[in-house]
Design a protein around this ligand. Structure first.
Ligand SMILES: [Zn+2]
Ligand SMILES: [Zn+2]
Ligand SMILES: [Zn+2]
Length: 151
């Protein structure tokens, strides 16, 4: 956001935030200024705080969005994980050699699968032992997708 226009009543309109992962108090304060609304996508439910009223949904590109005024004490979800979540990265472990391949930043994929802090995830596609190439597939995520399709 380049500049903040003052809100008539709320001024800079500083908003407390929550973390998108642990839902506890975030470590950012966001100045919304006069953009005291959230744009809610009617197609996929994604919410963009102070988002453009003409733009499309950042996730599904739908133009069907509703503008909702924020209540005075409403907290907004900060864009990235809080420090606590960032500092407790998840591990990606190979199913074959049981070695840790990578640390994964906690967060949420655009489909809604959550990578939780300190959790362990597994893959068959180990760059060291599997010979399956470098495209890494997380088993827990695949199963999560499968379960979603059944519903
Ligand atoms: Zn957090
Ligand atoms: Zn959408
Ligand atoms: Zn391995």
């Amino acid at each position: 956001m380049a500049s903040v226009l003052l809100h008539k009543v709320l001024g800079l309109n500083p908003r407390m935030t929550t973390c998108p992962i642990c839902h506890e108090t975030g470590d950012e304060i966001i100045l919304l200024g006069n953009r005291n609304w959230k744009m809610k996508c009617q197609a996929c439910g994604v919410v963009e705080y102070g988002g453009s009223t003409r733009g499309v949904c950042p996730r599904c590109k739908s133009g069907n969005r509703e503008r909702i005024e924020l209540t005075d004490s409403e907290r907004i979800v900060q864009p990235g994980p809080c420090r606590k979540c960032r500092d407790s990265a998840a591990k990606l472990v190979c199913n074959g050699c049981h070695k840790q391949i990578a640390a994964i930043q906690p967060g949420q994929t655009k489909e809604g699968f959550a990578i939780l802090p300190n959790a362990e995830y597994h893959t068959q596609h180990c760059p060291k032992c599997s010979g399956l190439g470098t495209l890494i597939e997380i088993i827990e995520m695949k199963e999560w997708f499968k379960a979603k399709e059944v519903i």
